[in-house]
Unconditional design. Structure first.
Length: 323
């Protein structure tokens, strides 16, 4: 869709519509940053003065790579992530060859890249950790729960005290990289839901976007990332707490600001019609798009909670997440 007003003109930006949109985006970023500062586990861990940590705020070091059921060897999750990474990287490469750097003009490709980075990192991490599991088994211990009848000494990220009176499990805060890629998983969850919902329920039936026609690759991009992320969620032990929506909001806000800076410097078309600030309805569009973050993230959070409820109900002795 071609712009009707030159975006490099000062008059394009100095009006009430842009002011309202800017206030809504910046206010969302400020609120998201405040929630991260107040609730995020690693920040609270730094200031914890010896009190008992909140389980929901911490990622144990093994939760990034272990499976949710003890009968499923972590190697299966590793294999799934290797296959997922290969499929996503292939898709990303094909899109890059077809469109070049222009592909990153779209939020969809930002999300695809984010999901690819998640699976790529987790693939490498799983390979290292699962290799350590096998080494530990040779020493008579292992860092995952094996099948019944196998020799086991569970060390799933838990420290044990030698004093019987003090023998209790202490949750370990994850390292910076574990924390970072847990956040990437949660950002990906929200971004994938937002991308696919906006495309299939708004863009595809009602809007037309330049250089973005329905094709095999388009359908692939808007279904593959969700399917693979859902499969990973069914196997992993990662949590999706409500306050991590803040990172998702910051991710989308970064894309919007990137578009603003780009259009202020160059007179180019908008990748999505509802981002065009020349429309009298642009403040409403921005508000609705911002509001969509809540149901999109909530749906994925509900999927994780449903998985946890079903697994703990039907596999009470095998379910390991949160233990």
């Amino acid at each position: 869709m071609e712009v009707t007003i030159t975006t490099t003109d000062l008059s394009y930006w100095l009006n009430w519509r842009v002011l309202l949109c800017a206030v809504s985006v910046l206010a969302s970023m400020f609120l998201a940053s405040f929630i991260i500062w107040k609730y995020d586990g690693w920040k609270r861990a730094e200031h914890n003065q010896g009190g008992a940590p909140d389980r929901a705020l911490f990622l144990r070091h093994d939760e990034a790579w272990k499976t949710c059921l003890k009968q499923i060897h972590p190697g299966w999750l590793t294999a799934f992530r290797i296959i997922s990474f290969s499929l996503l990287l292939t898709t990303l490469t094909v899109k890059l060859i077809e469109h070049g750097g222009h592909m990153f003009f779209f939020y969809t490709q930002w999300t695809l890249t984010l999901v690819t980075v998640y699976f790529g990192h987790q693939k490498c991490r799983n390979c290292v950790e699962v290799d350590n599991v096998e080494i530990d088994e040779e020493d008579g211990s292992n860092s995952y729960r094996p099948l019944p009848g196998q020799r086991t000494t569970d060390k799933c990220g838990i420290k044990e005290f030698s004093d019987p009176q003090e023998q209790k499990c202490v949750l370990q805060a994850a390292g910076i990289f574990s924390h970072l890629f847990e956040v990437i998983f949660q950002m990906s969850a929200g971004a994938v839901m937002l991308t696919d919902c906006v495309y299939w329920f708004i863009i595809f039936p009602f809007l037309t976007i330049r250089d973005y026609t329905l094709s095999f690759m388009t359908v692939n991009v808007h279904t593959l990332n969700f399917a693979l992320l859902l499969g990973d969620t069914a196997l992993n032990c990662l949590q999706v707490p409500w306050y991590r929506i803040s990172y998702f909001i910051l991710w989308t806000s970064a894309f919007v600001i990137f578009q603003w800076v780009l259009h202020a410097c160059f007179s180019v078309w908008w990748p999505y019609p509802f981002l065009d600030l020349s429309s009298p309805y642009s403040p409403l569009w921005y508000f609705l798009m911002g509001l969509m973050h809540i149901p999109c993230y909530s749906i994925f959070m509900l999927l994780v909670q449903t998985k946890q409820s079903l697994y703990s109900r039907f596999f009470p002795d095998s379910y390991m997440c949160g233990r």
